[in-house]
Design a protein around this ligand. Structure first.
Ligand SMILES: *Cc1c(COP(=O)(O)O)cnc(C)c1O
Length: 421
């Protein structure tokens, strides 16, 4: 039996309608920007395996560091104990974050990093005995699939079955020249009830790579700070170079109070989440009263192997070679955008850093569930490229090690799809 056949007997896949979905492709190994199936067919991973991979698959340097760590210490309880990879990672991450970020809290993934951020803010106000329970978020936001993360995400088909159980959130539109004053007034009118404002800086990934200008987010974050509302930059997707800077928050002047990381944090090797915060937030949990403790933790909090992978990924991320690769991808995307933006079937092209997205002119159903989406997905898969259109939006966000030839092949295939589908 093939992997695919064995899989179908026992596995339930994420975001997959198991009745109608095509059988999954069995992958046996990865190298650079490619993964290989059971027949040794190469697929270029143009979506970085759900946006996590930044240095390519099975990277030998990360693999060596992980193997070394495995032989030294695989895991230890993180309450009452600590270890070298967790300490070093916290030190090195804080060194490259905005300088108001002072403490690192570990968890397992992006959703848990968001849960921790929300709990920090809500409990901050509780500990201060001025409870605030409302959270401000953007329409169409995506912050994860656990309940708290789902609650602060835009209401959609994904959250519909749980709608009545999601806590109250104040949703606002993305800021622009036209609405910024109105948004500020709205925040001012709610300020004493708002615990925090959570946002995906510059790019709303799951919403379809919706991009907005740093200038107006800047004003919104600044305004929240003036009004005493904490700001949470969810950099789970935008962190580690995706937007062209190390972190998207570096496109802003004011520094967020809390930041969330996962995805690229370990180079896409291991599951790990991090929430960082300011001294002010941390200090509000210091008390002789034990009830003011942040009661949150996961079995695998700060797993040493995951931390070792993150440290190895950080070495690669901070190398001049990676910086060069990021700039090369940005320029390459810009050239491609220029070429196709006038194509009659392209409604819009947008780019932020290494992320490029094209909106396909259809006239018909453009939802996540549209047939066009499936047709495009299969077209690219046949061509040996992993692209997962969000409805009629095709996006590319490759591992930074992708070669120019591979990039050009992806662009050519997209252009061909525009001509033939
Ligand atoms: C993917 C994502 C999450 C959730 O991360 P998981 O590791 O999938 O739980 C949260 N926020 C943003 C912005 C994301 O893109």
């Amino acid at each position: 039996m093939t992997l695919t056949e064995r899989d179908q007997k026992v596995i339930w896949h994420p975001y997959t309608q198991m009745l109608t979905a095509a059988p999954p492709v069995g992958i046996v190994r990865g190298e650079g920007a490619c993964v290989y199936d059971e027949n040794n067919k190469c697929y270029i991973d143009a979506v970085s395996s759900w946006w996590v991979n930044i240095h390519g698959h099975a990277h030998p340097y990360i693999a060596a560091k992980v193997a070394e760590q495995l032989k030294t210490l695989e895991h230890v309880i993180f309450a009452g104990f600590t270890h070298q990879p967790a300490v070093e990672l916290a030190e090195r991450l804080l060194a490259i974050l905005p300088d108001n970020q002072q403490k690192v809290f570990y968890s397992d993934n992006g959703s848990t990093a968001v849960e921790v951020a929300l709990k920090m803010c809500l409990q901050y106000w509780n500990n201060k005995e001025q409870p605030r329970t409302k959270i401000l978020a953007f329409n169409n936001a995506y912050h994860g699939d656990t309940f708290g993360a789902m609650a602060v995400s835009g209401r959609s088909a994904f959250t519909a079955a749980f709608e009545s159980l999601l806590f109250e959130v104040e949703f606002i539109d993305l800021p622009s020249a036209g609405n910024i004053e109105q948004l500020k007034n709205h925040i001012s009118s709610l300020k004493s009830t708002l615990a925090c404002f959570i946002f995906e800086p510059l790019v709303q990934g799951s919403a379809g790579m919706l991009m907005y200008e740093a200038e107006y987010l800047d004003q919104l974050v600044q305004h929240c700070k003036q009004e005493g509302v904490f700001t949470i930059a969810d950099e789970v997707f935008t962190g580690f170079g995706r937007t062209g800077k190390r972190f998207a928050s570096y496109h802003l002047q004011p520094q967020p109070d809390i930041m969330c990381f996962s995805k690229g944090l370990t180079g896409g090797t291991m599951a790990l989440g991090i929430t960082t915060c300011t001294q002010q937030i941390y200090d509000a949990f210091l008390s002789g009263d034990k009830l003011k403790t942040l009661f949150h933790g996961h079995s695998f909090t700060a797993n040493p192997i995951a931390c070792a992978a993150a440290l190895a990924s950080m070495d690669l991320f901070l190398s001049p070679e990676t910086e060069g690769n990021i700039n090369r991808i940005i320029e390459s995307h810009q050239e491609f955008a220029e070429q196709i933006k006038t194509h009659p079937r392209v409604k819009e092209v947008r780019q932020t850093g290494t992320i490029i997205a094209m909106e396909w002119e259809t006239g018909a159903d453009t939802s996540y569930f549209s047939n066009l989406r499936d047709t495009l997905y299969n077209y690219f898969l046949d061509a040996g490229i992993i692209l997962r259109p969000l409805g009629n939006i095709i996006y590319i966000l490759p591992p930074y090690c992708i070669t120019n030839d591979q990039l050009q092949y992806i662009y050519r295939t997209i252009t061909q799809a525009l001509e033939t589908i």
